[in-house]
Structure formats: C-alpha cells, structure tokens
Design a protein around this ligand. Structure first.
Ligand code: GTR
Length: 425
C-alpha cells in the first residue's frame, strides 16, 4: 500500500518534468509556459491545397469536406433519414409561473410504433407576446424537472446520474425539482420575449457505458438504418435536437427562423454537432464546451483527447481514440467544428475557474473562425488577445470569459440574450 503510494508520487513527480516532445502523452497541463508549439490545420485550405476564395466555394466544397472529417473522426454518421413527426401534448398550462408563461410538455415520438422511444420537451412561452416567438433550446443534465421548481413539470421516468439532486437509485424524485434552476433563468429569458425549451439528454441515450443498449442507437437502428457503432452518444444526443427542431416546425407559437441552440459542457459539444449537422438552428451558444467542443485539442492545456476518450469512451467515434497520443496529426480541431456554424451568429463562452475546458483555447478557436465568417461579409472577433473578465468581444462571433467555476450563470445568459436581441430585433 505504502509502496504503491510512493510509486504514484514518483510517477506524478516525473510527469511534471516531461519534455516537450513527449508532451502529447502527458495527462494534462495547466502551465502556459509548458505548451509546446502547435500548428492548426488551415480552415480555408482545401483538399487540393488551394485557399477557399468565397462563400460559394466554402458551401460547396470546404464545408462538406470538413463536416465529413468530423463524421469520420469524431462524431460518427449523422442519420439523415426523415421520420414522420409524431407528438402528443402531455400537458399545457396557460397560467404557469404566476401567469407570466404558458407551459407546454410535449412528448415527441421517435419510433413509428414503439411508444417508449421518445423525447419529452418542456416549453415556457412568454404570455405577453402575441406572435410566434424566438426560442432558446438546450438539453438539461438530469430531467426537465430540474430546470425550475415548478410542481407542474413532470418528473422524468428515465435513468438519471446518481449525482443529480434528489436522485434515488438513479431515478428523479420530488426533491430533484429545481436542481439546475440556476442554470436556467427562465424569467430572464421570457422577459426578452423569447421562449425557452429543454429536454433531458438521457431521453436519447443514458450517459453511461451501457447507455447505447437502451438508447436510440439500439431502438432506432432498423428505422434509421445505422448500427450502434457507426455513431456514438454525442451523435444520439445531437440527433435528438434535430427531432425537437422538427417539432418546432409544427408549433405555431415558435418562430422557426429564430431558434437558438445552447449547450453547456458535454451538452455544448452535442449542441455544436447538432448545429453543424442541422442548419435550421439559427444561433448557437457554446457554454464551456471545452475539449471535443470549442477548444483546441492541439493546444496542450486542460483536458486532452486522450483523457476524454478514456473517461467517456461512449461519447465519440472509435477513430477519435486513435488520436489520443498524436493530436499533432489530427486533421481537425475546435476552430473547424466552429467553422461549421458559419455564417450563423455564434457565441463561445468560458469561465476563468474552468481550466479543464482551456478558456484560452476556446478564445483562440473562436477568433480563428472569423476567417470563415469573413467570406460571408461578417465580422468575428477583432481583439487579438484574451479579453479581461466580463468584457465580451466580437460581432457575429462573440466571446466572453467570466469569473467563477464551470457552470452556466445568470451573467452568461444575459450576454446570450443581448446577443440574440442584437441579431434579431
Ligand atoms: C467532464 C468532461 C468535460 C465536460 C464535463 C461536463 O468530466 O471531462 O469534457 O464535458 O465533464 O460535461 O460537465
């Protein structure tokens, strides 16, 4: 026991003296001075070696090329087969939240006959707006009941992570209500004249190693004609967002041209992949999506490709794992995932206490993607260096870093809402 502790101490001490050439195998780094130099793939360099000249070339050649790299290496195939939209209004209350909102709970069926395959969407619409409203949609981590302490919200019946508030034996209970409420300032969103919609990502696939067995990668494999191993949990979660979008198209209360997609952390990665795959999402918010999301994998800081694949092997495509020890040869990086959002308004946000996501990597990635937005006559981030805390920068691509830990806070939402106002009002 003591001996093994000594060995661990020696190992970790020697790891901090790692030299640059072996840096790729080193678990993680939070020291700027130790970052080896790295080269990002040029997002505008086409397969034939020539530079993309204009938006047409981007749309016709480079964007599909980069998208396919993502399918092949990181997220797997995105099923495109159209399925008929079937849904049921489970509940509707026009006097929710002290009469300020209409609450809808809609079950969207994903399988033509198996009614156990569904995603439940909770929507709050502002009662003081009489026309179709823009909506902010995003997944929650532990069930719709977590986003508000509203007894009218139905408790999720699905498996939830053990750490979710109030969970007993991986099931939500009444004391789970409002567990994520600070991440969802519903009244603030409604006050801008926007609706807010959310669903539990576990409706698509439980976030654990065996999740694929009961999630849509199994239940829909014959319908979508795709084998579970051809995609991954991130793909399943992203796919669910597209189906929610299908539902919005049927809901006259929603302005279908103004659907903003938001995702935090792992759900930020899934949101980016959904928006890359589905251009109907008009505005995208990456809240601390980090490794495998907005940040740069080639920049050796915080979480690494190796660590994320070791901890969460079900999240990404098999091929991604092969790059754990050689991010130098990865043909993609975070700025290229962000490039798939162009020319749609994009907000990337970090938190100073979230070194795991590498805030500077997220900034550099968001800055770099401005080159793609420029093809469309849009301006990204002009600032050359990281802005100070609480000083958002950028135009069609915007970025901020706030004080505090890995989280979604009111400050973040206030920036996103102002950003949407600027784009849409
Ligand atoms: C971490 C993971 C991050 C991020 C985070 C989260 O454990 O390493 O990439 O996704 O989880 O989702 O909270």
């Amino acid at each position: 026991m003591i001996l093994s502790r000594i060995i661990i101490i020696i190992l970790s001490a020697s790891a901090s003296f790692v030299n640059k050439s072996s840096a790729q195998t080193y678990p993680s780094n939070t020291d700027e001075s130790k970052i080896p130099s790295y080269t990002l793939p040029d997002v505008l360099k086409m397969k034939n070696g020539k530079a993309v000249k204009n938006a047409q070339q981007w749309d016709a050649i480079q964007r599909p090329y980069i998208y396919h790299l993502y399918e092949e290496i990181q997220f797997g195939r995105y099923p495109l087969k159209k399925i008929p939209v079937k849904y049921r209004m489970l509940e509707k209350d026009e006097h929710a939240l002290d009469g300020t909102a209409t609450r809808k709970q809609v079950r969207i069926y994903l399988h033509p006959t198996d009614t156990t395959v569904y995603v439940d969407v909770l929507i709050y619409l502002p009662n003081n707006v009489k026309k179709a409203v823009p909506v902010f949609v995003g997944y929650n981590f532990s069930g719709n009941n977590e986003i508000q302490n509203d007894p009218g919200i139905m408790l999720t019946q699905r498996w939830v992570p053990v750490k979710s508030r109030g969970a007993v034996n991986n099931r939500a209970t009444d004391s789970s209500r409002g567990g994520e409420a600070t991440q969802w300032p519903v009244q603030e969103i409604l006050s801008h004249g926007y609706a807010v919609a959310t669903a539990y990502y576990g409706d698509l696939e439980p976030d654990n190693a065996d999740g694929w067995k009961t999630g849509i990668r199994s239940t829909l494999k014959n319908i979508l004609k795709i084998q579970p191993e051809e995609w991954d949990a991130m793909g399943a979660w992203a796919y669910g967002l597209s189906r929610i979008m299908d539902y919005f198209e049927k809901d006259a209360a929603i302005n279908i041209n103004k659907v903003a997609l938001i995702g935090h952390s792992r759900l930020g990665k899934a949101a980016l992949w959904a928006a890359a795959s589905d251009k109907r999402f008009a505005l995208i918010v990456s809240n601390e999506s980090g490794e495998g999301g907005a940040t740069l994998s080639k920049r050796w800081y915080g979480e690494t490709v190796k660590i994320i694949n070791q901890k969460f092997p079900w999240w990404f495509a098999a091929k991604y794992k092969a790059y754990g020890d050689k991010t130098d040869s990865l043909p993609i990086d975070g700025h290229m995932l962000l490039s798939l959002m162009a020319p749609r308004p994009l907000y990337v946000a970090s938190a100073a206490g979230d070194t795991w996501s590498d805030p500077k990597g997220e900034f550099l990635s968001a800055k770099e993607v401005g080159r793609v937005y420029a093809l469309f006559g849009k301006t990204g981030i002009e600032a050359d260096s990281m802005p100070a805390l609480h000083q958002p920068v950028g135009h069609t691509v915007r970025y901020h870093i706030r004080a505090g830990k890995h989280d979604v806070m009111l400050y973040d939402w206030q920036q996103y809402l102002q950003f949407a106002d600027k784009q849409w009002k």
